[in-house]
Ligand binder design. Structure first.
Ligand code: CA
Ligand code: CA
Ligand code: CA
Length: 335
């Protein structure tokens, strides 16, 4: 799965284009290119903070790292992340949780024709964490969000660039922002919803109902945030009318300025998040289930070969992988 595919503006459908252009906060951007969400970078301080749970915590402990990307533990063994992140081991609170079988996972659909960049998979061992609630109402433009991701750290000094992305004096800046560093940290930041009801295509088959935030230099939120490399799969939380946190989005893609180098984060960049309200029923229903996909009477989370019937669970070499799932001897495998 290409995790940092670049898409051109031409891929973005007409509706997205119109809405983004019509949105005040992103009006300044004439053209975008879309790429995978790369880390939460924040505008505040030296950009190195917010690596511990915020005081008003939406569920920090439920956010884990998947390789260098991000996922959310929802409850009942289920993890939600971006489809392009994949079902892989997730580290939560320093502990690694193995997914149930590589191919035991469920991808959300946008329509009959299109899949969404969202998957749910189960981990074998159950983390001792509270469940996370999915938004019950669609997000609105201007609504505050808190986003968490394992993105790259940014370097402290603000830079100014010309159209060709060369460093210039701030007086001559066409763009300004930051360079990203080499380290990844789980970090939270804040922003506001800039556009809603977007359709974000990341391939011919994958189109995700999304909302977007914009990395603003004017009137920023206190920890103005933009996704960077590694934030894919990270959560975007909002508060409901009762003041309770709900999970509203999963970060999937970023929109950059034309020809923007990948290691730069510029004001006016946008973060796209899958709009979970659109996929709510699917997610809520899935999280209630404890599947036994091969119907051999052994639940996926216990099955040592979850896609093949092996009710006896035989495992001759005791490596946790059932005989039914062991690779055939190499001699038979050669082509
Ligand atoms: Ca089974
Ligand atoms: Ca089985
Ligand atoms: Ca075995």
């Amino acid at each position: 799965m290409p995790s940092d595919r670049q898409l051109t503006w031409a891929h973005i459908n007409a509706r997205t284009r119109k809405q983004l252009r019509g949105s005040a906060t992103v009006l300044a951007i004439a053209l975008f290119s879309l790429g995978s969400a790369q880390a939460v970078v924040i505008d505040s301080g030296r950009g190195q903070g917010n690596t511990r749970a915020p005081k008003d915590d939406p569920g920090w402990n439920n956010i884990g790292t998947i390789e260098y990307m991000t996922g959310v533990y929802l409850g009942n063994h289920w993890v939600l992340t971006a489809w392009h992140v994949g079902s892989k081991p997730i580290e939560l609170g320093g502990k690694r949780y193995e997914p149930v079988g590589r191919y035991v996972r469920t991808q959300a659909r946008t329509s009959e024709k299109y899949l969404a960049d969202l998957i749910l998979f189960q981990v074998r061992e159950k983390p001792d964490l509270p469940p996370i609630n999915i938004v019950s109402k669609p997000v609105e433009v201007g609504q505050w969000v808190l986003m968490i991701g394992n993105g790259r750290d940014r370097n402290p000094p603000r830079q100014a660039w010309n159209e060709a992305w060369q460093i210039v004096h701030p007086n001559q800046a066409v763009y300004s922002g930051y360079t990203s560093g080499g380290n990844h940290s789980l970090r939270w930041g804040t922003n506001r919803v800039a556009a809603i009801e977007l359709l974000a295509p990341t391939s011919e088959e994958v189109v995700t109902r999304s909302f977007a935030t914009s990395f603003d230099i004017a009137l920023p939120t206190p920890h103005e945030a933009q996704a960077s490399s590694g934030d894919s799969g990270g959560p975007v939380f909002t508060k409901n009318e009762d003041g309770e946190w709900e999970l509203a989005g999963i970060m999937t893609t970023v929109a950059n300025h034309p020809n923007q180098p990948r290691n730069l984060l510029a004001y006016g960049n946008a973060t796209y998040a899958a709009d979970l309200h659109s996929y709510r029923d699917f997610i809520v229903e899935t999280v209630k289930t404890m599947p036994d996909r091969d119907k051999d009477g052994v639940l996926d989370i216990h099955d040592n070969c979850p896609r093949k019937k092996n009710p006896e669970q035989q495992d001759s070499n005791g490596d946790g992988v059932g005989d039914a799932c062991e690779e055939p001897p190499e001699t038979e495998n050669k082509k």
